[in-house]
Design a protein around this ligand. Sequence first.
Ligand SMILES: [Zn+2]
Length: 80
Amino acid sequence: MTLFDASVFGSPFHPSPSDRTVVCPTCKKEFKPDSSEALPFCSERCRTIDLGRWLGEEHGLPSVPDPEADETPEGFGDDP
Ligand SMILES: [Zn+2]
């Protein structure tokens, strides 16, 4: 029994390599992977934008309860 029978899968990954385009996650523009230096984004700029947005969302999150950071040091606010 052949698990990896080519006839079952055909050529799923590269239907037409020369004409393949991808969509930039940031600006939704279609571009050819060959023409980009910042895959999967169309340009370095879009990669930076996406990264910034990611970090922004991270910081914008409401305070998530973190069991490991939820240790209030006892006697810390002990004003004389
Ligand atoms: Zn883009």
